[in-house]
Ligand binder design. Structure first.
Ligand SMILES: [Fe+2]
Length: 257
């Protein structure tokens, strides 16, 4: 498991140093293009307006496997967020600490042929195509940074043991049912803002078949899920303000001012 220590001291070049060593095969490039075509088709009538707006700025970067340095430049100049290439899975506290500092950790691996419509592990396609366009909506990006700051604070304040395990479980479910599998109402219709939906043609189909329920924080905390399959459930918010309201509830539950 990767361990991040002095995030504040890392320069953009240091953040991106892991990506410059990465090379991709012809098959990787072919899979990327095939997945992009499938997902763009599946997103029709499903993607929320924030995602579509961000995608209109980033789409040229996604025609082929993106140059993460170029992508980082676009992100930083438009949104103030940076990208950090990460191989493997970060520990919880490091993950939220990075996001609270407006640094988006991205996998560099491109998923294999068997996982083109769904992957249970982080990959470059999910992280960039699924998530980055939403960061061009300043309200959503602000929510990710602020919620990550709160979650990181709760995690470092909670002693190791059952209480911490429960907090990690709550926040894993919260992350899954918001920025991974979240749905927002637009003109009375549910539109996806979650990256797991927006990076998976299969997940998009699953959402259409299952429908969604009104967002409720306690239900989210109580709702088990597995990231090894399509989501068992989806929750819809009226606007991103609902997410900030849920964050106020989290602060209250965990006694944070
Ligand atoms: Fe994700």
């Amino acid at each position: 498991m990767s361990k991040i220590l002095n995030i504040e001291d890392l320069s953009t070049n240091e953040l991106l140093s892991g990506f410059s060593e990465k090379s991709y095969s012809h098959e990787d490039h072919d899979r990327w293009k095939m997945m992009l075509n499938a997902v763009r088709d599946a997103q029709e009538g499903v993607a929320c307006s924030s995602y579509k707006k961000g995608m209109s700025i980033l789409s040229n970067s996604f025609i082929d496997i993106p140059d993460l340095k170029e992508l980082n430049y676009k992100m930083e100049s438009h949104t103030g967020w940076k990208i950090m290439p990460v191989d493997g899975i970060l520990g919880c506290e490091d993950f939220y600490k990075l996001l609270s500092k407006k640094i988006f950790p991205s996998a560099t691996l491109v998923r294999d042929w068997h996982s083109t419509s769904f992957t249970g592990y982080p990959d470059l396609f999910h992280d960039t195509v699924g998530h980055l366009p939403l960061f061009f909506d300043p309200t959503f990006a602000d929510f990710v940074a602020k919620s990550s700051e709160v979650i990181h604070q709760v995690l470092i304040d909670t002693p190791t043991g059952g209480e911490k395990e429960k907090a990690i479980q709550n926040f894993t479910r919260y992350g899954w049912f918001t920025w991974e599998a979240g749905v927002i109402k637009e003109n009375g219709k549910g539109r996806a803002y979650g990256g797991a939906i927006l990076s998976s043609a299969g997940e998009t189909t699953n959402l259409k078949e299952r429908g969604f329920d009104e967002f409720n924080l306690q239900e989210v905390f109580n709702q088990d899920f597995t990231d090894q399959n399509f989501s068992c459930r989806y929750f819809v918010i009226d606007s991103y303000e609902d997410l900030f309201a849920s964050l106020d509830s989290i602060k209250s539950i965990y006694n944070l001012n």
